[in-house]
Ligand binder design. Structure first.
Ligand code: SF4
Length: 419
């Protein structure tokens, strides 16, 4: 390498073995499952290209400036890692796993460190820093209103277990945390809220702003420790990934917080008879696996167990192999920089649901629900949140979105590009 800054040199050194492993195998199966490639058909947006660029950078054939924008085109879904034979076969023997998501995150961070910023992401992160929560669209986001969704629920602050409420849920889809709170209360699960909840930091990290993400993580961990928290319940897969991957990286052995995803806990509550689902929910439904749950963290059974426990609901499952490629397109900051692609990927997802002749698509990811809902409207399929269905089946009632917090407005991922 010639005439590159030390940070770029270190980056290439760190990723060269992964890059050559991908570049030399040449099978490119990953392109068939990549949701972004599925709509752009642009080779520059492929997991293969993301690795080949590192080889080309080492050879001095391309620069960081040449390729940085290409890395916008990734939802960090993890499908390519799951599909890659280098993970499936060589991984067993050599303990080698393809790590495209980490590579994309590292390249984005390198770009930010070198002053190469994407305009939508910069505005998004700047605004997150200003208000301490993500700038969820269509509603005013202010730190002092972060727990307004819980009005009237009589929830304590702190305690051994707390519920972390994602920014989209806290400010826009407030019906979700209210449903979750009622489910936990009805099941006898003691829990509280944070003294001062900030964004988990995951989106900033995904967009390449590592220092900002670390600052948010430090604040949240300090808040948990100051109020005696030992266990965090996450209701959004993006938060769950941040807490179980990013925070572990930041804090190492000092990170002693148990993190539980809500579907795992609710499935257990139903199994143990602590939560009774007795009210029929008349729907023919399929399930949208959030990428960060099934492909990133291996959680795919508990949502299905819950769906099968809802009386009146006919559950039609997706194909177990092709579902690797299913994605809403809302993750990894794609909806901020390329809302057109998010809309197209959501459209593909709803086409697959329509092929199962369902009237309902159930998701366990609040960030997926706006773009999926928009695509669902066009196809006559309602998009519902799994926890809201559970609350309905348990006879706990479901508030209209916005109850207890901000009034919910329309909008979609396509609207997420901040003006
Ligand atoms: S993580 Fe997902 S979106 Fe990103 S390159 Fe891999 S398959 Fe494509």
């Amino acid at each position: 390498m010639t005439d590159v800054d030390p940070a770029t040199e270190t980056f290439v050194e760190q990723w060269r073995d992964h890059a050559y492993s991908c570049f030399s195998s040449g099978h490119k199966f990953c392109r068939n499952v990549c949701p972004v490639m599925g709509v752009t058909q642009d080779e520059n947006h492929s997991p293969t290209a993301f690795h080949a660029n590192v080889v080309a950078m080492e050879q001095g054939l391309v620069s960081l400036e040449d390729v940085a924008r290409d890395y916008v085109h990734c939802t960090q879904c993890g499908a390519c890692e799951t599909r890659c034979p280098n993970t499936l076969m060589a991984g067993d023997f050599y303990r080698h796993r393809t790590r495209t998501v980490d590579l994309v995150k590292a390249m984005r961070a390198l770009a930010v460190d070198n002053g190469i910023e994407q305009p939508g992401w910069k505005r998004w992160v700047d605004e997150t820093v200003r208000v301490r929560s993500e700038p969820v669209l269509d509603v005013p986001v202010e730190q002092e209103r972060v727990a307004e969704w819980a009005d009237g629920l009589d929830l304590p602050i702190g305690g051994e277990t707390i519920l972390f409420v994602d920014c989209e849920a806290a400010f826009h889809r407030t019906s979700l945390p209210r449903a979750v709170a009622r489910i936990l209360q009805a099941s006898g699960v003691a829990f509280g809220l944070m003294r001062e909840q900030w964004c988990c930091g995951g989106p900033s990290r995904e967009m390449g702003y590592v220092d900002t993400a670390r600052e948010f993580a430090r604040h949240n961990l300090a808040d948990w420790r100051d109020s005696g928290v030992r266990r965090v319940i996450a209701l959004d897969p993006h938060d769950y990934v941040a807490f179980t991957e990013d925070y572990v990286e930041y804090f190492g052995d000092d990170y002693d917080i148990e993190v539980v995803f809500i579907t795992e806990l609710v499935a257990e509550l139903i199994r143990d008879g602590r939560l009774q689902l007795t009210n029929p929910v008349e729907a023919v439904a399929t399930y949208h696996d959030p990428c960060r749950l099934n492909k990133r963290r291996g959680i795919f059974e508990s949502p299905r167990e819950i769906l099968r426990a809802i009386p009146g609901l006919e559950f039609r499952d997706v194909d177990h192999v092709t579902q690797w490629s299913y994605c809403s397109g809302a993750g990894g900051g794609l909806a901020v920089e390329r809302p057109d692609l998010t809309a197209a990927i959501s459209g593909q997802r709803l086409d697959r649901a329509a092929a199962l002749e369902v009237d309902t698509l159930v998701s366990a990811c609040v960030w997926s629900e706006r773009p999926l809902s928009r695509a669902g409207t066009d196809r006559g399929i309602e998009v519902r949140d799994l926890m809201e269905l559970v609350a309905e089946a348990a006879g706990l009632g479901v508030d209209p979105p916005g109850t207890g917090g901000q009034p919910a407005a329309g909008g979609s991922a396509a609207d997420r590009r901040m003006a």
